[in-house]
Write a protein that binds this ligand. Sequence first.
Ligand code: NDP
Ligand code: OXD
Length: 319
Amino acid sequence: MQKKSPVILDLKFDREQVSAALKGAFAGREVIDLALPAHRSRDLSGIDYAVVWRPSADLFTRASNLKVVFSGGAGVDHVMTLPGLPDVPVVRFVDPTLTNRMSEWIVMQCLLHLRQFKAYEAQNRKRFWHELAQPEAAEVTVGIMGMGVLGQDAARKLKIMGFDVIGWSRRKKEIEGIETFDTAGLDAFLARTDILVGLLPLTAETRGLFNAALFARLRRRGALGGPVFVNAGRGGSQVEADVLAALDRGVLAGASLDVFETEPLPLQSPLWTHEKIFVTPHAAAASDVGALFAHVERQMARVEAGQPLEHVVDRAAGY
Ligand code: NDP
Ligand code: OXD
């Protein structure tokens, strides 16, 4: 039987999670974990596979014969812009563990805004007992920008919670019970949206998209008293100065941000303490490392059996 190619790991992930997941993973195949000192100067030429999350700048020079690059996450912007990325398939991480986590975060943020959690927290600090008006989910339209794997799952789960849900993507989708728009329908989509959810990849087209001009086109007279911005796609798609200005001027009524222009979010950023913003540290949907390795093993088995890879990035579109 032909010897299986080793697999390189260049993952800036929690070490304990990687070590735990490696127990029992990649049976019958050598694992070259570049986080281990013993592997740092190892010859990587002639190796077919690399699993990467924010890889080292010299990885592709050292691993010059890769046949597939696996992203350690659903997003691939961390790898698409790297110098020397070989012209081979780049495979995204698509798995229910990640999709479910993202939908939990999105549904939670929409509910926090619907149920005025920030306002109650402020009242609690003053020990002020006062019930606020209670809009229903059905009165609120959640508009999701990015109706891919994550956007579609979040849409279905928001629907179950009773929200009116609409979606926007490059190519129009047909999804039962959800009105959808393509890029030409952006104005109509925004004019209907009370809670704007960003689940877009970072590409040249989406960089800086969530800006003052876009916030100004959201529905103004909705049940929440003003539009809300929720972003778990990529921080490069939002203009943080515009988010802050929109909140301060009442153009936005609230925000939930999991991703930032600079990560980690700098200590001095006003986003940390803004009374209308929920901040989480790029933690909406972490990759389950065990599930990631199982996905990589399935895809390598497909290559070795002569079957096509799944979840391959469209290099021209950039995601
Ligand atoms: P998909 O590739 O499945 O979906 C991307 C969606 O965005 C598609 O609907 C696509 O349109 C749409 N899109 C892309 N570019 C444009 C554009 N220029 N104009 C309009 N629509 C566009 O990705 P996933 O759903 O799996 O993931 C989305 C993103 O979420 C990831 O790229 C990553 O950045 C982020 N993410 C964040 C995490 C976190 O913890 N915060 C965790 C995981 C992912 P079309 O359908 O027409 O192709
Ligand atoms: C991802 C992420 O892209 O965690 O998977 O951001």
